[in-house]
Ligand binder design. Structure first.
Ligand code: TYM
Length: 329
């Protein structure tokens, strides 16, 4: 049985990209593995968050995890700030990191560029905290979207650096797990950049909780090209390629089959089918979400998840403290 860890930031409404790239794989993996899934609220505060909004989004994200099929009997679901070992090991990982390697992270460069002269230091030290999240559980596989590859690489580097420095195999070296399809869902309006929770243009993003009519509208207005022929070419037809990727991911098929299905049909018909397939995939999640969001059972599940997570995390953390000489007795 392998150990699985992953996390999602409660920094905005969950997108179709988050669902296809990450969340739907979480539920598949819970059947045969020991799984830990986290609402990483301490990562979200690397940029300013309104407290009331952060509070609400934390709960909403936990409800979406469950609505998407996460079973609390099989997987631990918890909030990062309720397991103090994350921040504790995060600091230790920060002391092990080099400024140069952190400055090379593309997500840091992108986010820092938007902050003007006052770049929060937490944006720079985000990867060591993420490494701590993963390493605390002796994780074997981390299901994430394509944009997290670099963060996974530095996690592996830090784990190896620690083990080498203290001459003990304290940390398991984790591997990235990329699912089949949907690992990089692109913006509907600018299909050369990724779909993101924080995009100001809401027409660019499908949210997991979007009403069906909004999903139809967004897909209908999605950027395409003037060729009116459904075939896959990510270079010259990024908009259509993205819609084909989305359709293939939600219907569990591949590009070749999508091309065959829509051969001879124009973009209007294709977009209607994509919208219908996305709505069909999201509707059951939305129904379960509505039942869960105000239900006290959600708190019980998060409490129970935090107990389990603290138990596992403290085992690793105690070992780290001992190996480093940070213990007193
Ligand atoms: P976050 O919150 O930005 O995104 C959550 C997950 O969704 C994936 N994702 C996408 N997949 C496909 N297409 C997209 N357009 C798309 N946008 C996002 C992300 O790859 C991610 O898997 N650093 C992480 C959060 C984190 C974490 C962790 C993840 C903190 N600690 C430990 C794994 C393990 C992040 O910002 O994800």
């Amino acid at each position: 049985m392998a150990v699985i860890f992953s996390g999602i930031q409660p920094s905005g409404n969950l997108t179709l990209g988050n669902y296809l790239g990450a969340l739907r794989n979480f539920t598949k993996m819970q059947e045969q593995n020991e799984c830990y899934y986290c609402v990483v609220n301490q990562h979200a505060i690397t940029v300013h968050q309104d407290p009331a909004l952060l509070h609400r989004r934390t709960r909403e994200l936990a409800a979406i995890y469950l609505a998407a099929g996460l079973d609390p009997e099989k997987a631990a679901l918890f909030v990062q700030s309720e397991v103090p070992q994350h921040a504790q090991l995060g600091w230790i990982m920060t002391t092990l990191s080099y400024v140069g390697e952190l400055e090379r992270m593309t997500q840091y460069k992108d986010k820092a560029a938007k902050q003007g002269d006052s770049i929060p230091a937490g944006l720079l030290t985000y990867p060591p905290l993420m490494a701590a999240d993963i390493l605390l559980y002796q994780t074997n596989f981390v299901p994430v979207g394509d944009d997290q590859k670099q963060h996974l690489e530095i996690t592996r580097d830090l784990a190896q650096r620690f083990n080498r420095l203290y001459q003990e195999e304290v940390f398991t070296i984790p591997e990235i797990y990329l699912g089949q399809g949907g690992t990089r869902v692109m913006s509907l309006q600018e299909p050369t950049k990724k779909m993101s929770k924080s995009d100001d243009n809401t027409m660019a993003t499908i949210y997991v909780l979007d009403a069906p009519k909004d999903i139809e509208k967004k897909i209908k207005r999605a950027q395409t090209d003037s060729e009116n022929s459904v075939h896959y070419d990510a270079e010259t037809k990024p908009g259509i390629a993205n819609l084909m990727d989305i359709y293939a991911a939600v219907t569990d098929t591949d590009h070749a089959a999508v091309e065959r299905e829509f051969s001879g049909q124009g973009y209007g018909q294709f977009k209607k089918s994509v919208a219908a397939a996305v709505i069909a995939a999201l509707e059951p999640i939305q129904k379960r979400y509505a039942e869960l969001i105000d239900n006290p059972v959600l708190d019980a599940i998060l409490d129970q998840g935090a107990v389990k997570a603290r138990e596992t995390a403290s085992r690793t953390y105690d070992k780290v403290v001992q190996v480093m000489g940070l213990d007193r007795k």
